[in-house]
Write a protein that binds this ligand. Structure first.
Ligand SMILES: CC(C)(COP(=O)(O)OP(=O)(O)OC[C@H]1O[C@@H](n2cnc3c(N)ncnc32)[C@H](O)[C@@H]1OP(=O)(O)O)[C@@H](O)C(=O)NCCC(=O)NCCS
Length: 331
């Protein structure tokens, strides 16, 4: 029998560090141009954390905004899940650092590593703990300091990524609005197309791994691009069809912000109009686990997020990881 409890997002907070890295700044650092970057990616600027600012700091800023909006304190949270590929350190989990700083004495939690699909995967983790009846107040956060793993002499990657975070509070739904369904896939055969090879148990940090730049993002941009467009569309269409919807029913498509051309091609293939799609990559670049909550925040500040709206969230990331989520915005 279907579980009658539905989970809903009851508050949203987002945060990006104030310092900007513009295309003009990058022109001074590598051989590139504002025109190339904007035409090929849609990015004009990224937010970059100061030295000493880590994923947990952005996460706490975003989480505090969400708590304030909901009018609750950290002590009311029962669990905290943090999606990140740039944790403060290998362990303890960033979720533990965040738990302490939020004063969330009664909460447990852990980190989720699924790169650009991380926030969507963490959303499902949060939703399932609410739907199962195990918890009534959960915090789900996506936070990444991509600038900490980017080689700022590599023009193919340094123009794309930025830093940012977003957080949502989950609670049981009070009416029919909230989470509807999800479709996730992993294709581990794509692991070599986008990765940071150094620093784990296979290649622990040595002088050699540093010299070989193994602690930076390495990617095969074109294969990631093609896979992202194909799978973003496939996952979204599978999910819509399974729930009896078509693209026309979607009020807002909230895609992972990796490249404006990936977003536009996916939206076009799905038959979505521009006014059904949120794009803020120009302002933030690709913040990995931060993009979807930052995009929700942008949609809200543009007055494009209303109670009852049908939202389709979709992401593709390193792994490869693929995710799509369907929900009705619930407040
Ligand atoms: C990385 C990406 C922007 C590159 O764009 P592209 O159109 O595929 O460009 P290519 O890699 O084919 O490179 C085309 C040329 O531009 C050059 N180029 C790459 N980066 C450049 C830059 N920042 N400025 C100027 N030229 C650049 C390349 O060296 C290449 O030159 P060549 O033809 O002389 O060899 C694009 O492939 C992409 O966005 N891929 C997906 C990446 C992604 O989303 N990652 C995160 C996944 S969640």
């Amino acid at each position: 029998m279907a579980n009658p409890v539905r989970a809903r997002i009851s508050a949203l907070g987002a945060f990006a560090p104030p310092r900007l890295l513009t295309n003009a700044d990058l022109e001074k650092m590598v051989e590139t141009s504002d025109q190339w970057i904007f035409e090929r990616t849609g990015i004009r600027q990224r937010h970059i954390a100061e030295k000493g600012v880590a994923a947990s700091h952005l996460a706490v800023e975003a989480a505090n905004r969400a708590l304030k909006e909901r009018g609750i304190s950290g002590s009311e949270l029962e669990a905290i899940f943090v999606a990140t590929v740039t944790p403060d350190m290998m362990f303890p989990a960033t979720a533990c650092l965040v738990q302490d700083r939020l004063g969330a004495k009664g909460a447990w939690g852990y980190d989720i590593s699924a790169a650009c699909s991380g926030f969507i995967y963490a959303l499902q983790t949060g939703a399932k703990f609410v739907e199962s009846g195990a918890h009534k107040k959960i915090m789900v956060i996506g936070s990444d300091i991509m600038s900490s793993i980017i080689d700022y002499t590599d023009r193919a990657t340094c123009v794309i990524f930025g830093d940012g975070a977003g957080a949502v509070v989950f609670e049981p739904a009070t009416d029919g609005d909230g989470f509807i369904d999800f479709h996730h896939e992993v294709d581990g055969s794509g692991g070599c197309s986008l990765r940071m090879p150094g620093g784990g148990s296979l290649n622990p940090a040595t002088h050699e791994t540093v010299d070989k730049k193994m602690h930076f993002v390495h990617q095969d941009g074109q294969s990631v691009f093609k896979y992202a467009v194909r799978k973003m569309v496939e996952a979204s269409e599978t999910l819509l069809a399974r729930n009896g919807f078509t693209a026309k029913d979607v009020n807002l498509f909230v895609p992972h912000q990796a490249n404006k051309r990936i977003i536009s091609s996916s939206a076009e293939r799905m038959g979505l109009r521009d006014d059904q799609v949120i794009v803020n990559i120009d302002e933030y670049g690709n913040t990995t686990a931060g993009t979807i909550p930052l995009a929700l925040d942008s949609a809200r500040s543009q007055g494009r997020l209303k109670k009852g709206d049908l939202l389709l969230l979709a992401a593709v990331g390193a792994g490869f990881t693929v995710g799509a989520t369907l929900l009705r915005w619930a407040y």
